[in-house]
Write a protein that binds this ligand. Structure first.
Ligand SMILES: NC(=O)c1ccc[n+]([C@@H]2O[C@H](COP(=O)([O-])OP(=O)(O)OC[C@H]3O[C@@H](n4cnc5c(N)ncnc54)[C@H](OP(=O)(O)O)[C@@H]3O)[C@@H](O)[C@H]2O)c1
Length: 376
């Protein structure tokens, strides 16, 4: 029996994780739930599951029954003795310190929150390697890559290709991008996800963050990680080995599959999830991303090339810009503009924990000041 704690249980990945747990009561036991601030949703889950180990990053006034409060609280929560696996599915870099705490305590971490590895990949991988704590990807492309990589040795991997759907604006005329509405950006063609990642998919910052995540997870050089647009979202990743052979992972777009794989690794268990029938899909197509259409992808590569705390700033600036777009404060096309400006204003330093936290806070404050001035 694996005892599972879910950080971000009220979100899209959190709820799908609970769905997987519900299907495997003999193998997986839920021991705790944590979210950001939605006390009501967390309480409802706690009642449904009969769970009393609860955490919130920002509890509302008057909240009762929450034993773990704030980032510090979550850091203590993940280190509980009755926890084997921590699912990290909070929506952003706030999950960094709880992830580090879980790895320090030797817990298995099933990671959905890609922002963690973008903000502080070197730190996270150092702790995982030092403690031997397994760090398993939930992101579908990284789960696909992880599965495909088992066909050879890590040092025999020549290239990794991550696929991207291209989002809702793959064919929209570029001269209309200034008028993109929040509603249009939230219409993802293939996946039903939280709002932030859905906007990231539309700008393709999501794929940029995933490139950085993949670099860290699999120990690859930036030039070894490529992106291809694949509008059907059936092939999630392709791993090319040194002999030229390419192993791909395919499945219907359903996040429960990578969640299940991470929770049960290295076992595979039978499921009743809908099956892929290629004859019904008919065609799988691939194309190179157009940098003009997706400037955020180039910004992510640039941040990764520069290194140090630059990816931290890329991520934090993007988190703030996407929130501002969702709140109708800025246009869709302001997102890459603001991220680029934040990166230009940052002098990167080595990514120690202190420097990462400082760079993250600096970027958020810098962007907030820009937004307040309305000078974007
Ligand atoms: N959804 C997918 O299919 C998918 C696929 C791959 C990777 N991911 C990654 O998984 C993570 C979660 O995605 P999601 O789609 O599940 O998001 P979501 O539906 O928006 O859920 C986000 C979760 O994080 C919490 N949250 C709210 N505001 C936050 C903040 N400012 N900072 C940190 N956490 C906050 C929410 O708690 P409250 O309810 O208390 O607000 C909720 O539990 C993201 O990093 C995303 O990139 C998602």
């Amino acid at each position: 029996m694996r005892r599972v704690l879910v950080l971000g249980s009220t979100g899209s990945i959190g709820r799908q994780t609970l769905d997987v747990l519900r299907r495997l009561p003999q193998q997986l036991q839920l021991v705790g739930l944590a979210a950001y601030s939605d006390y009501c949703a967390l309480q409802a889950q706690a009642t449904e599951w009969g769970v009393e180990v609860l955490g919130l990053v920002c509890p509302p006034k008057g909240a009762t029954g929450i034993s773990y409060v704030g980032v510090e609280g979550l850091c203590a929560m993940v280190q509980r003795e009755d926890v084997d696996v921590v699912v990290v599915a909070l929506g952003g870099a706030v999950a960094l310190e709880p992830t580090l705490a879980a790895l320090e305590a030797g817990k298995t971490v099933a990671l959905a929150t890609k922002e963690v590895l973008v903000a502080a990949g070197a730190l996270v991988m150092e702790v995982a390697q030092r403690t031997g704590a397994p760090l398993l990807p939930i992101d579908s492309e990284h789960s696909g890559a992880f599965q495909a990589m088992q066909a050879g040795k890590r040092e025999q991997v020549a290239r990794l290709t991550l696929t991207a759907s291209g989002g809702p604006f793959r064919t929209r005329p570029l001269d209309t991008f200034d008028t993109i509405t929040v509603e249009e950006a939230l219409e993802h063609p293939n996946w039903k996800m939280g709002k932030k990642i859905t906007v990231d998919s539309a700008t393709m910052m999501n794929k940029g963050l995933e490139v950085i995540e993949a670099q860290w997870l699999f120990g690859l050089r930036l030039e070894q990680v490529e992106v291809l647009i694949h509008p059907q979202s059936i092939v999630h990743a392709l791993v090319e080995f040194v002999d030229g052979s390419v192993i791909a992972q395919l499945s219907l777009p359903d996040m429960r599959l990578p969640i299940l794989y991470a929770l049960m690794y290295p076992e595979r268990v039978a499921t009743e999830f809908p099956r892929l029938r290629l004859e019904q899909i008919g065609q799988l197509t691939f194309e190179a991303p157009d940098p003009q259409r997706y400037p955020c992808l180039s910004l992510a590569y640039e941040a990764a090339r520069i290194g140090g705390t630059m990816p931290t700033v890329l991520n934090a600036a993007n988190e703030v810009a996407v929130r501002a777009f969702l709140e109708h404060q800025i246009r869709f096309t302001d997102i890459p503009r603001l991220v680029e400006q934040a990166m230009a204003a940052h002098a990167p330093v080595p990514p120690t924990l202190e420097n990462v936290l400082q760079a993250d806070a600096w970027a958020r404050a810098w962007l907030a000041a820009r937004l307040a001035q309305r000078s974007v």
